[in-house]
Write a protein of this length. Structure first.
Length: 119
């Protein structure tokens, strides 16, 4: 069996996430679940809600994406792709890919993204 190239997988994931952007939200944001997922993935190590750390504060992220129709898809991609990010000290690292339980539960990640965008 021939392995699927990483670029093809990234394109498939991006396309799938883009489709999610056009699906209306079925429920309100579960803030507790979003915070728990963020805490479980150590997101608060690099991000805070209102202030910058190694990464930007999430209110700043929400302001950056406010009014952009592809905001949710972009953040979903950011949290699931491991793309390079620049830290406050100028160094670059791969952003951690969010892990869920059960594995690959996009609804949990979407809830986290919706919570960040709601700040």
């Amino acid at each position: 069996m021939t392995p699927i190239p990483r670029s093809v997988l990234a394109a498939i994931v991006t396309a799938g996430l883009a489709v999610l952007a056009f699906v209306p939200a079925a429920r309100a944001v579960d803030q507790d679940a979003a915070r728990t997922l963020a805490r479980t993935n150590n997101c608060f190590k690099c991000h805070a809600i209102t202030r910058d750390k190694d990464g930007p504060g999430w209110k700043k992220v929400a302001d950056k994406y406010k009014g952009k129709p592809d905001a949710e898809a972009q953040l979903m991609h950011h949290l699931t792709s491991g793309e390079m990010v620049k830290l406050a000290d100028g160094s670059q690292v791969h952003h951690k890919i969010i892990k869920t339980d059960p594995a690959n539960d996009t609804a949990q990640i979407k809830n986290l993204v919706d919570w960040i965008l709601s700040l």
